[in-house]
Design a protein around this ligand. Structure first.
Ligand code: PEP
Ligand code: MN
Length: 396
């Protein structure tokens, strides 16, 4: 396990080409230095809840949602999802709220046609990230079917009772069938040793998956931890576990959110409320910034001197390319955040331009720049452009 995984061909990492498994769907870049929180309903129950959830995501600047239509459930008496019937309202409301990508699980190949048809009907108001649930990680015919189509990217969830290598091969099935736009999602593994949480959290595997494969890596703290237990400090197990994945470099999080968790038909007890979402996102942003800082610090440590100058030269070139791609992805993220800020400022009747706040942010950037040895003048020029651009986006 520490080296290659036998049979992992299309998705194995090329150590000289970091981030090359990144892809863009409907304008959303997954992997390659980007970061997204995919948040929303574990299962779609009502149009009203879709509307309320997507509106909250828009206010929070989130452009990637989850909305389950088909739910594989342990008991046949449990809610099975509304199926294709809910697709029109999900896609229409997603379009109305600027949601670019909706993650939804399929349990049969025919669901791909249902999704494609409803998306066409909606005028392609959004797009879909097709999810393969943990229970289907070894449903090989389904894996081949989602791999045989190229319209939708796929999120493969780790099998709950199989090894990591076996789960990665589930993703390889998709790629082998032709669709290499695959992300991998950790969600905990099934064992009583995970108690009192729903599953034993496996987010220590974030760096392992990134090292072994080129897939963007997602983590699902909601299904890993299970029912929420509110903590006094305001940081529940859900927050801590999400932070573990993010600080270790996860490219995406998948998290359950519901306007009224106590009335949800599926997994309500593990969902964040709409009011809790901004705080969760703020906490995640802290973990992401910490990851970035750790990565920068590690990158500034010189690599071991290479014997061959040409090899070192090529490696450094690749590093430039990877860093530049990350800079571009971060600029895109900065722009999305600036747009989201418009809503937040409007809600609080806060002025678009706040000179005192700008001075404060500028001082913090300079202090960090000095600490990390970034040239003052370069920093000033870069941020003059970024701040000017952000103001423009906010109409200031
Ligand atoms: C889900 O994400 O809705 C889900 C059912 O998760 P899992 O397949 O990981 O149990
Ligand atoms: Mn669920």
């Amino acid at each position: 396990m520490s080296h290659d995984i036998e049979g992992l061909r299309r998705l194995a990492r090329d150590p000289d080409a970091p981030g090359e498994g990144a892809f863009v769907e409907n304008g959303v870049r997954l992997g390659g230095g980007s970061f997204h929180v995919v948040a929303g309903l574990c299962a779609v129950d009502s149009k009203e809840n879709v509307e309320r959830t997507f509106a909250a995501l828009e206010r929070a600047g989130v452009i990637t949602a989850r909305a389950g239509a088909w739910k594989p459930r342990t008991s046949p008496y449990q809610f099975q999802g509304r199926g294709a019937a809910c697709l029109p309202e999900v896609f229409e409301r997603a379009g109305a709220h600027g949601i670019k990508l909706v993650a939804m699980e399929v349990t049969r190949a025919e669901h791909l046609d249902d999704i494609a048809g409803a998306l066409d009907e909606s005028g392609n108001a959004t797009s879909v990230l097709v999810q393969i649930g943990t229970r289907n990680a070894q449903n090989f015919e389904l894996l081949k079917a989602v791999g045989a189509q190229s319209r939708f990217p796929v999120l493969v969830k780790r099998g709950m009772g199989i090894t990591l290598a076996e789960s990665l091969l589930a993703a390889e099935y998709v790629a082998q069938a032709g669709n290499e736009r695959v992300c991998f999602c950790l969600r905990g593994v099934r064992t009583h040793l995970g108690e009192p949480q729903r599953n034993l959290v496996d987010f220590a595997h974030v760096p392992a998956v990134k090292r072994l494969t080129r897939m963007p890596v997602c983590a699902d703290p909601s299904h890993a931890v299970g029912p929420r237990v509110r903590s006094k400090e305001g940081l529940d197990d859900l927050h801590h576990v999400a932070a573990q994945a993010v600080i270790a470099g996860a490219d995406m999080l998948l998290v359950d959110v519901h306007p009224q968790p106590e009335q949800a038909l599926c997994d309500g007890p593990q969902a964040l409320t709409l009011d809790e979402l901004p705080r969760f996102l703020a906490d995640v942003a802290i973990a992401r910034a910490a990851y970035e800082e750790r990565r920068r610090a590690a990158a500034s440590i010189p690599a071991a001197p290479a014997g061959d100058a040409a090899v070192a030269f090529e490696a450094l070139r690749r590093r430039f390319e990877a860093i530049d791609a990350t800079l571009v992805a971060l600029l895109a993220e900065r722009m999305d955040t600036s747009r989201a800020m418009v809503h937040a400022k409007q809600a609080l009747a806060h002025p678009i331009v706040d000179p005192a706040r700008e001075r404060e942010a500028d001082a913090a950037r300079r202090a960090l720049g000095q600490k990390l040895g970034v040239d003052d003048e370069v920093l000033e020029r870069v941020f003059a452009s970024v701040v000017e651009w952000s103001r423009r986006l906010q109409g200031g």
